[in-house]
Every structure is written in structure tokens, then in C-alpha cells.
Write a protein that binds this ligand. Structure first.
Ligand SMILES: Cc1cc2nc3c(=O)[nH]c(=O)nc-3n(C[C@H](O)[C@H](O)[C@H](O)COP(=O)(O)OP(=O)(O)OC[C@H]3O[C@@H](n4cnc5c(N)ncnc54)[C@H](O)[C@@H]3O)c2cc1C
Length: 248
């Protein structure tokens, strides 16, 4: 594993709990859209590194990340204070199960995310290869407060026939005050956007959220006859944790 020090080139604060930043891109740094990398900061000579999904797409000459700010988190208590021009250590190895290789091409690609779980999907919706593999993309992002709807303006501007952006907010007044998973399960999502009901034969699903949402949606989809991509083969849905609960 090789870390190289990259320079922070911009910072965007979304809410008290979330921010994005861009960095220079290491030479020869290759990745698939939707993958994650390990990055960190050095404190008292020791590297504190964590997994981060890459928000930028692989055609871009910088790297972009969307981060939570956990006040007592070993990494993010420090990362939230970072300034433009300072360094972040980024590993050269990328991986992840939310790339186009993890599902077959199909009719509609549903992306279900909560919080910073939006990050890998930003990379995918910014990439033309995603639109080549699917007729349509439906990106569902559920957060607690309106400010946590990171990239809302960009997503609204990308929206059109090929991309349907569905933001939902659970703890503040908003036009869609329900969880994305509920919209999907109740069928309201399909009715509201005049979509054919999601079907395992034609459609594909990517999930990146908190542990409860991942489990809830995985159990539901399996009951409905969907198969998850794993070491045995490519299914019609694929899941990745947006973070790990350390007391799990
Ligand atoms: C595959 C993978 C991809 C990830 N991608 C991202 C990403 O793109 N952006 C990002 O901010 N984090 C991401 N994470 C989480 C990240 O690795 C760290 O946990 C996070 O940066 C907090 O680090 P920390 O050292 O401050 O606190 P930690 O000690 O790592 O976490 C403390 C606690 O904070 C909570 N927590 C951690 N991360 C989050 C989060 N993202 N959202 C809500 N609660 C959280 C959990 O309860 C956790 O137990 C990812 C994790 C995994 C496994």
C-alpha cells in the first residue's frame, strides 16, 4: 500500500456535519467510477486513515470527496479543520462494489443512498459510461436536514430524461419527507415519476447507506426475488456500506 501526499485545492461546507473537498490527483492514480480509497492525515507522526468513496469521476484531473464531521472522530475531527494548500495522504489502491462491473447493463439503474452514501453515485452520475449502460438512472438521496442534501444544485441541473434525482429529508419540512427506501417499497417512487415498477429482470439497484438501511433494503429485495452480487456471481443489486458502526 502506497500513500502519497496530495494538496487540498478547494473546500465546500454543506452543513455542520458534512463538507466536500478536492485534492490534486496522484500521478498514475487509476480507479473505476463508484470506487473508494483510503485517505488520511498524519497526527503526531502517525497516519489516521479511513475509507472514502471518490466523488469525482475518473476523467477528472482532481479528486473529490464528501465527508462527515464526527466531532470526536479520530480522522474527521481533524479533517474538518483542513485548509486549502494543506496535505492529505491518499492511497494508490482503490476498490469497491458500486461500479458498473457489479451489475449487468439494464433498463433503469436505481441508486439508493443515505448521508455521505451519495458520494460514489456522484462519480457515476457524472460519467457518460453510466448513461451508456442504462436507459435511465434514478438517484435517491435521503438525509435528515435540507442542508445535508450535498450536490443538490448540481444534481438538479443534471436532471432530465436520463437522470431522475429524488432527494428526501426525514427531520425537517420538505416536499418529500419520507425515507427513500419507503418510497421504493410502497411503489410511490414509480407512480410519482411515471416509471415502470422496478423489476429484477430489467432493472438494477445499487445501495450505499447506513447499516440499517443497507440491511433493510437487502432483506426486502431478496424477499422480492432480487439477487445480490457477491463472490458467486453478478446479481441485479449491489451493496456497499457508507460507514461502519464501530460498536457493531
Ligand atoms: C467502504 C466505505 C466507504 C466510506 N466512504 C465514506 C465517504 O465517502 N465519506 C465519509 O464521510 N465517510 C466514509 N466512510 C466512513 C469513513 O471511513 C470514516 O468512518 C469517517 O470518515 C469517520 O472517521 P473518524 O475517524 O472521524 O470516525 P470513526 O471512528 O471512523 O467513526 C466514528 C463513528 O461515526 C459514525 N460515522 C462514521 N462515518 C460516518 C458517515 N460517513 N456518516 C455517518 N456516520 C458516520 C459511525 O457511528 C462511527 O462508528 C466510508 C466507510 C466505508 C467502510
Amino acid at each position: 500500500m502506497a500513500y502519497s501526499e496530495q494538496t487540498v485545492t478547494s473546500i465546500q461546507k454543506w452543513s455542520d456535519k458534512t463538507f466536500s473537498f478536492t485534492t490534486t490527483r496522484p500521478q498514475d492514480f487509476q480507479f473505476e467510477n463508484g470506487e473508494f480509497v483510503t485517505l488520511g492525515l498524519k497526527a503526531e507522526g502517525k497516519l489516521i486513515a479511513r475509507a472514502y468513496s471518490i466523488v469525482s469521476n475518473n476523467a477528472s484531473n482532481h479528486l473529490e470527496f464528501l465527508s462527515i464531521h464526527v466531532p470526536d472522530g479520530p480522522l474527521t475531527s481533524r479533517l474538518a479543520q483542513i485548509q486549502i494548500g494543506e496535505g492529505v495522504w491518499i492511497n494508490s489502491k482503490t476498490t469497491g462494489s458500486l461500479t458498473l462491473k457489479y451489475v449487468q447493463p439494464g433498463r433503469t439503474l436505481y441508486m439508493l443512498s443515505t448521508g455521505t452514501g451519495l458520494a460514489p453515485f456522484m462519480s457515476l452520475v457524472r460519467s457518460s459510461e453510466t448513461y451508456t449502460a442504462f436507459e435511465r438512472i434514478v438517484l435517491i438521496h435521503t438525509v435528515r436536514t435540507v442542508k445535508e442534501l450535498a450536490y443538490k444544485d448540481e444534481l438538479e441541473s443534471l436532471q432530465g430524461e436520463r437522470l431522475i434525482y429524488v432527494p428526501t429529508v426525514t427531520r425537517e419540512t420538505f416536499h418529500t419527507p419520507v425515507r427513500g427506501t419507503e418510497l421504493f417499497k410502497s411503489g410511490e417512487l414509480f407512480a410519482k415519476h411515471q416509471l415502470p415498477h422496478a423489476h429484477p429482470e430489467y432493472d438494477r439497484i445499487m445501495i450505499c447507506g447506513n447499516p440499517d438501511m443497507n440491511k433493510d433494503m437487502t432483506d426486502y429485495l431478496k424477499q422480492q426475488g432480487w439477487t445480490m452480487t457477491n463472490h458467486r456471481g453478478i446479481g441485479n443489486f449491489t451493496v456497499e456500506k457508507a460507514f461502519v458502526l464501530h460498536h457493531e
